[in-house]
Design a protein around this ligand. Structure first.
Ligand code: HEM
Length: 492
């Protein structure tokens, strides 16, 4: 059988025909998640589109995605070798580079353990339960003061700019042991990304699939390269500072722990795979990069939904008053006691589906899915947006209704319902920051909502249409109005 030929009895997945040379690129250019959801309805959960001349497998449907990423996890755990991914972390990214072998596995393990030690592991030195709680509480408290001050002094402002710096400060504290001022221009220019990064890194960017586009001038691509260059230089500088003040008896943060790992390794640690220092140190680029945009975008959607649905916000306020009261601040250990608030967070993930696709996957070997033949090295898009809006899974998927996750009495979260929401991927490539991300969102949100009330300036049009990209955001909005819930300040 010639390479690429379909074995007897099997078929290639169905899909739209598309144009010669361009394939389906014109149909997919805008709102790719909606276009692929529409096409999936016609062609099924295992569908093949073409971007340029390259075939791309698009998976929809929770069962099909579980089958591919979990039960056939080994076959689907690769990453495609895409042009734009070469610019992320100098091509050394844990999340975006094509490696999925032993080196990737060892790096992923190292990243998970470094992340855990400096976030959710019990802290011997802090009065909080863990460092994550300490950092988030501090930043959220700062945000409360800052928002009230801005309301007084500026009246109109973009709250997302402040959210993203606070969230970046949490991951900066864990990765680099450092905090930045909200006016710090160096950090601001890096974290206030808008859509420059996500527009290119999102699934289906044409230059990744149609080589000739790389030679045409593109402002989007230039901005993407520039942000990656500045990002890498920023991290590199901090890593150098850490090297010069490194003390193995006093590991301050994730960067130190990775440097320590490089030194142990050169001291002859007997490991299964030898990782280069570069591969070890670059892990911090991924953690920092993945750690702020995702969580900040989640909080930004949360506050928008709270403002858009005053009745929902009122229920969260009532739950917080009833369970936590005003005499103390929320803590991570309050998770599990605030079912409505947790249902609200799940509904935010589902309804916004702000990560419409996972990072693209690729097949590590020729395989068969739902009876369709899929060759090795096929690029695979996982449509999380489709699952979260699937009418066979959700009643009125376009309605924002946290109650859908609660038991009839409203006192308990329904586990089976929560597990249908796709936001962090599944299987071998599943997000390694899931616990941290969920805990951070919970603590930021409860701390903000315990003290503040959010609304939108009456009569002002607010456009919340998500802008397509790796993480989808709504357009810049200065219509938020924020007031303290307890005039005269809290008793703390
Ligand atoms: C991968 C979502 C927060 C680190 C991913 C993926 C998704 C995702 C969808 C791709 C999964 C796949 O390709 O199948 C989210 C969401 C977050 C969040 C929704 C917060 C609301 C974080 C945080 C960190 C992090 C806080 C680290 C501090 C990573 C890394 C990967 C990843 C390193 C790559 C894993 C790999 O390729 O092996 N995340 N993430 N994420 N995430 Fe997250």
């Amino acid at each position: 059988r010639p390479p690429g030929a379909v074995p007897e009895g099997l078929r290639r997945p169905p899909g739209p025909r598309g144009f010669p040379v361009l394939g389906n690129v014109l149909e997919l250019r805008r709102d790719t998640h909606l276009a692929l959801t529409r096409l999936g309805r016609r062609y099924g959960d295992v569908m093949e589109v073409r971007i340029g001349t390259r075939p791309v497998l698009v998976l929809s449907g929770l069962d099909t995605i579980r089958q591919a990423l979990v039960r056939q996890g080994d076959d689907f755990m690769g990453r495609p070798d895409l042009y734009s991914f070469h610019y992320i972390s100098n091509g050394q990214s844990l999340a975006f580079s094509p490696d999925s072998g032993e080196v990737w596995k060892a790096r992923r393990k190292l990243a998970q353990s470094a992340l855990k030690s400096f976030s959710i592991a019990p802290s011997p030195t802090s009065s909080c339960s863990c460092l994550l709680e300490e950092h988030v509480s501090k930043e959220a408290e700062y945000l409360v003061t800052k928002f009230l001050q801005l309301m007084e002094e500026e009246k109109r402002f973009d709250l997302n700019q402040y959210l993203v710096v606070s969230v970046a400060n949490v991951i900066c504290a864990m990765c680099f042991g450092k905090r930045y001022e909200h006016e710090d221009q160096e950090l601001l220019s890096l974290v206030n990304l808008g859509n420059e990064f996500g527009e290119v890194a999102g699934s289906g960017h044409p230059a990744d699939f149609i080589p000739v586009l790389r030679y045409l001038p593109s402002r989007t691509m230039e901005l993407f390269k520039d942000i990656n260059r500045r990002f890498n230089a920023f991290v590199q500088k901090i890593v150098q500072e850490h090297y010069s003040s490194f003390d193995k008896e006093h590991i301050r943060d994730i960067t130190d722990s990775l440097i320590g790992h490089c030194q142990e390794k050169s001291a002859g640690e007997d490991t299964h795979v030898q990782l280069s220092n570069e591969k070890i140190i670059h892990i911090v680029n991924d953690l920092f990069g993945a750690g702020f945009d995702t969580v900040a975008t989640a909080l930004s959607w949360s506050l928008m939904y709270a403002a858009l649905y005053p009745d929902v916000q009122k229920k969260i306020h009532e739950e917080l008053d009833r369970t936590i009261g005003r005499e103390r601040r929320p803590r991570l250990s309050d998770r599990g006691t605030l079912p409505y608030t947790e249902a609200f967070i799940l509904e935010m993930f589902r309804h916004s589906s702000f990560l419409p696709f996972t990072i693209p996957h690729s097949t590590t070997k020729a395989t068969v899915l739902n009876g369709f033949y899929i060759p090795k090295d096929t690029c695979v898009f996982i449509n999380q947006w489709q699952v979260n809006h699937d009418e066979t899974l959700w009643k009125e998927p376009s309605a924002f209704r946290p109650e859908r996750f609660l038991s009839a009495a409203g006192t308990e979260l329904s586990r089976p319902e929560s597990e249908k929401v796709l936001a962090f991927g599944l299987g071998k490539r599943r997000c390694i920051g899931e616990t941290i991300g969920r805990w951070e969102i919970f603590l930021f949100l409860t701390t903000l909502l315990q003290q503040l009330h959010f609304s939108l300036r009456p009569g002002e049009h607010v456009d919340i249409t998500p802008q397509y990209g790796l993480t989808m955001k709504y357009k810049k909005c200065e219509a938020f109005q924020i007031r303290p819930r307890f005039p005269g300040g809290s008793s703390l």
